[in-house]
Each structure stands twice: as structure tokens, then as C-alpha cells.
Ligand binder design. Structure first.
Ligand SMILES: *Cc1c(COP(=O)(O)O)cnc(C)c1O
Length: 242
């Protein structure tokens, strides 16, 4: 990207952030919480390391990456120290390259993946924070644990010493009516509270990650405390990425 285009992208980000952050703060306050209790996470797939740094110098306090290779290529350039999460579909053969380099993996969608992350973490002498991804719309095309198996999954994954389950994440179906979306988010919130109530060893239900550019305010009103926003901050991506 040329210098001029990069300056333009920065200005666009600043404008977008101001608007989105206002909506974010309003929604958080309306939900009866404090602004600092909820994280506006930037979803940074296809966004350059320089731009991520700029965003983090200007209000963004955490970012999420989708692809291991892309993330690793940005790592040597990145200066920001804000929490970095992995939010994309994770193949087990990529786990060894990722563990130890992110603060949280939000997209644990199978026991097999959980075991891989745990084993790699133990090898490094660390424990990796993870969220369990729930396929809340029961979509065949989407990964994630089904709502009905979530508790059973948590009990099993909680036995793995190399991971620490910190909450739930979801990507609801895209093309559904607002009322349906709300139903999905409320179902997530209820599941989150239910699992928290079980007080499972090695599990802390701290984070409910849901809501993206089109629906983050709704998600916040339904109890989300991490929203993952890409397009509304950085503009439309030039190519789809997961
Ligand atoms: C891209 C992405 C987002 C952000 O989506 P936008 O609609 O661009 O805000 C959030 N979560 C995940 C897992 C993503 O891949």
C-alpha cells in the first residue's frame, strides 16, 4: 500500500472508530454495564500489521486474527502489546505454530482440537485460554459444538490440563431476521449462565464473545462482553476470508 493510501485508510479507520465506539458505549451503558467491562475487539483479517498498530494506538484494546499463516507473517512487524486472539477456524496441524503466540483461542470447535492445543501448551509449559465455539444456528456449513452438547463438551475439555476454558463464542447465521438473531444471542447468554452455574473445575465462564459489524449492539444487549468488529472499522475486505 502506498503512503497516501495508507494515510487515507487511517483517516477512514479514525472516522469509523469514532462512530462505532459511540454506538458501542451507548449499547454497553444501556445493557447496565460499564464500558470497561466489555471489549471492542478488532477483527483484523486482511488488515496489515501497520494498520493494526495504528488502530491499537487509537482506541482498539484487543484484536482477533483468522488465519495462522497470516497472523505469523504479521507478528515480526507488530509493535502493539494489546491482547491478541485467534478467532478463525483452526486446523489441528497449525496448532503447534499458534500456541504460545496468542492470548486466547476463541474457536475451539472439537475435542480433538482442544486436545491438540492442550498437548502443545503442556509441552511449552503453559496453559492456553480458550473459548468454546458454539454452532448456535445448527448450520451444517459451520463448525462449532452444538448447543445441546455444549455442557457435555465443557466437562470433557475441562479435564485437559493444558487449556483453560474461559467462555463461549459464536457466529450466528448471517441472513436471519433480527428477532431470530436475538433468539440466538439469548440462547447463548442462557447457555453461558447455565454452564457458569455448574462451577466446573478448570472452567471460568468469563467471556461471551458474540456480535460483529452488523449486530454488535444487539449482542451487547444480550450479554456479550466481547464483540468482534471488522468491516465497520476497516471497511469492506477486498476478498472474503472465512
Ligand atoms: C471477520 C470476522 C468477524 C468480523 O466480521 P465483520 O462482519 O467484518 O465485522 C468476527 N468474527 C469472526 C470469527 C470473523 O471471522
Amino acid at each position: 500500500m502506498t503512503e497516501k493510501l495508507f494515510d487515507e485508510a487511517k483517516l477512514i479507520f479514525l472516522e469509523n472508530f469514532k462512530r462505532i465506539n459511540n454506538l458501542f458505549c451507548e449499547a454497553v451503558l444501556k445493557s447496565g454495564r460499564k464500558v470497561l467491562d466489555v471489549t471492542l475487539m478488532a477483527a483484523t483479517k486482511t488488515v496489515s500489521a501497520e494498520m493494526i498498530d495504528f488502530a491499537c494506538e487509537n482506541g482498539i484494546s484487543a484484536f482477533g486474527e483468522n488465519r495462522v499463516q497470516e497472523f505469523l507473517s504479521k507478528l515480526p512487524v507488530l509493535k502493539t502489546t494489546v491482547p491478541r486472539h485467534f478467532i478463525g477456524t483452526l486446523q489441528t496441524n497449525k496448532v503447534k505454530n499458534l500456541v504460545g503466540k496468542v492470548d486466547m483461542i476463541q474457536s475451539v470447535d472439537s475435542l480433538r482440537l482442544a486436545k491438540f492445543i492442550s498437548e502443545r501448551s503442556l509441552l511449552l509449559g503453559i496453559k492456553t485460554d480458550v473459548l468454546v465455539e458454539i454452532n448456535i444456528g445448527n448450520e451444517e456449513t459451520k463448525s462449532g459444538i452444538s448447543h445441546d452438547h455444549a455442557l457435555e463438551f465443557v466437562y470433557e475439555a475441562a479435564m485437559l490440563d493444558g487449556i483453560h476454558i474461559r467462555g463461549l463464542m459464536c457466529i450466528p447465521p448471517f441472513d436471519i431476521k433480527l428477532t431470530e438473531k436475538i433468539k440466538n444471542f439469548e440462547k447463548m447468554q442462557k447457555l453461558f449462565v447455565d454452564i457458569r452455574g455448574k462451577n466446573v473445575d478448570n472452567v471460568n465462564m468469563d467471556f461471551l464473545s458474540m456480535g460483529m459489524s452488523d449486530d454488535f449492539e444487539t449482542a451487547i444487549l444480550c450479554g456479550a462482553n466481547i464483540v468482534r468488529i471488522g468491516t465497520a472499522l476497516f471497511g469492506k475486505r477486498s476478498f472474503p476470508s472465512q
